[in-house]
Design a binder for this molecule. Structure first.
Ligand code: SF4
Length: 231
């Protein structure tokens, strides 16, 4: 699945919503809601599916440049508030992925290929299993014997065997979301906020022209930026 630029001045994500028993989209070009089936054959839009969201979104031309977050206040580019991004290789085992999250103090990382281009996004939520939450998986990963230890494969129970097998054999590439929603560094902060509100994503990576990650923008960064302007 191709990545999707969001937060540009000319394209925005519009949610598909159940209205009167049918999936509909508020069409920016027609100025009223249309059936989702119309979008699927429309040359102007691209259907975007976000992991965890029940209904998809449609990336469509917006009706004009994004407006500021507060009326009359100047906007800025996301490059002014983006934070360093953490990247992992897609073949990185889940055990090492958890260690990266703990060492870097993050909950999200961009998965990259050999040329350091973004191929996916992985978060703590991608790691958790139905019956094994984050805390249990983190503790299991941190307590595993190193690969060069004679105790490396030692386990005490069936449950531990299952967890260790998951942590060692599954990789970031197995768990990641493909088709990354991303920002360009010159996207407006207000447009990024709109994209996050629509997709309910808390983090958006910033990619350069070669699709290499250069930063990360979070909803918290935007909230703090707004608060600093009000101070
Ligand atoms: S895909 Fe086409 S019809 Fe659907 S909302 Fe976008 S512009 Fe409108």
């Amino acid at each position: 699945m191709a990545h999707r630029e969001v937060g540009s001045d000319h394209h925005e994500l519009f949610p598909v919503q159940e209205l009167d028993g049918a999936p509909r989209v508020e069409c920016p070009m027609q100025g009223h809601s249309v059936l989702f089936s119309e979008c699927q054959s429309c040359e102007h839009g691209t259907v975007v599916r976000v992991k965890g969201a029940a209904l998809p979104f449609v990336l469509c031309p917006s009706d004009g440049p994004a407006h500021g977050l507060m009326p009359g206040a100047p906007d800025a580019e996301v490059i002014t508030l983006m934070k360093p991004v953490v990247t992992v290789r897609r073949e990185q085992p889940v055990e090492a992925l958890i260690r990266t999250f703990m060492d870097e103090g993050v909950t999200v990382a961009v998965v990259v290929d050999d040329l350091h281009r973004a191929v996916g996004l992985v978060t703590r939520n991608h790691i958790v299993l139905d019956h094994h939450g984050w805390t249990e998986l983190r503790d299991a990963a941190l307590s595993m014997w190193p690969a060069d230890s004679q105790w490396h494969g030692a386990v005490e129970s069936e449950s531990e065997l299952f967890l260790h097998d998951f942590l060692r054999s599954r990789t970031a590439g197995d768990l990641m979301s493909r088709g990354v929603a991303y920002l360009r560094p010159d996207a407006r902060i207000s447009a990024a906020a709109k994209a996050m509100a629509r997709t309910q994503l808390k983090h958006l990576p910033v990619l350069d022209e070669e699709n290499r990650p250069i930063g990360m923008v979070s909803s918290l960064d935007i909230a703090q930026w707004v608060a600093s302007r009000e101070a």
